[in-house]
Design a protein around this ligand. Structure first.
Ligand code: SF4
Length: 318
């Protein structure tokens, strides 16, 4: 059985073998604005969960604060709608204490690249096995249009009405500059087939996979991606057998750049380049060490964990 995902039919498990259907992952009705790019990301994630048949009670979505951080409410998995900028330390705790769980992290640009920036850098270095999504709309949207670190220079907001003064922070160059980062990719929510294929690559990577998703906010930052949406010539697809392969998309995005995602120097050059918006896997190295492997934490039963917790509490008994 297949379902359509943008231009590309997405393979689904045979319906007779599938234990979980799309509806098993659908939570509350999403309350994002009409036209918000978050809807597209949610759809792609739900399709990924269905295609991979992830057990809902073994899957956790951790978020911070922001429009995109409402993600856990809209999925029928476990979720933790956390505090601003702290999604990554919460997710790190979840994964280290329960390595058997599949962990996704959803953050916005203000959440991840401002108040959460230190956690972002160290999470990349720790390289714990989880999938991290940065939904980047270039603005603080939940709080109604303040300049964020990724707001383009000159773009007006309520905090800098004459335009953002500084050049914007580039999440790709930052991520690729962090020691031990093992997977960095970029996609766009208005290219759903590419989005889905990128999420699939990120999910299958062993280590922390960081995906920057260019996400439209039609209410507060519509102009940020408008030109790229309207003019496919502004987009360049990174092509490689070990990257994101969506052949039909090449009919729309005619600029393709052959790029081996194992070449870190080339990835950094692409991340810095301003001639196009590059979509694809910039870098991957599954051989990089993962913190959980170095810790060698043996899985524990629930009873063992309770016993250890009680012993720890007994140390403080008076
Ligand atoms: Fe989406 Fe912007 Fe509305 Fe937030 S304010 S839900 S980012 S469209």
């Amino acid at each position: 059985m297949t379902i359509a995902c943008g231009l590309l039919p997405v393979l689904q498990p045979d319906e007779h073998d599938a234990e979980y259907e799309l509806s098993d992952y659908e939570g509350a009705r999403a309350r994002w604005c009409p036209g918000c790019g978050d809807h597209s990301v949610l759809t792609a994630v739900q399709r990924l969960l269905t295609a991979e048949q992830l057990t809902p009670e073994q899957t956790v979505f951790v978020s911070g604060i922001g429009c995109s951080s409402r993600f856990p409410h809209y999925l029928k998995t476990y979720g933790f709608h956390g505090i601003h900028g702290r999604a990554l330390p919460v997710a790190t705790g979840v994964k280290l204490s329960r390595p058997d769980l599949t962990v996704f992290v959803v953050m916005g640009d203000g959440d991840c690249t401002s108040i959460g920036a230190a956690h972002w850098i160290h999470a990349l270095r720790y390289n714990i096995n989880m999938t991290v999504l940065l939904l980047d709309n270039g603005i603080y949207a939940l709080t109604k249009k303040q300049t964020s670190p990724t707001t383009p220079q000159g773009f007006p907001s309520n905090t800098q009405p004459n335009g953002s003064r500084l050049p914007s922070l580039n999440p790709l160059t930052v991520s690729l500059g962090v020691t031990n980062a093992s997977f960095v990719a970029q996609t766009a929510e208005w290219a759903p087939a590419h989005l889905y294929a990128t999420l699939r690559e990120a999910y299958h990577h062993r280590g922390l996979s960081f995906v920057r998703i260019l996400q439209r906010c039609p209410v507060y930052s519509a102009a940020v991606y408008q030109a790229a949406v309207q003019d496919p010539a502004r987009i360049a697809l990174l092509t490689h057998d070990d990257g994101v392969v969506v052949p039909d998309l090449e009919k729309i995005y005619k600029t393709q750049v052959a790029h081996d995602p194992h070449d870190l120097d080339a990835a950094r050059r692409i991340a810095e380049s301003t001639d196009h918006i590059h979509l694809g896997v910039l870098f991957r190295d599954p051989s990089r060490p993962r913190y959980e492997d170095l810790l060698r934490v043996a899985p524990r039963t629930a009873d063992e964990r309770i016993t250890l917790m009680e012993a720890e509490l007994d140390r403080y008994a008076v």
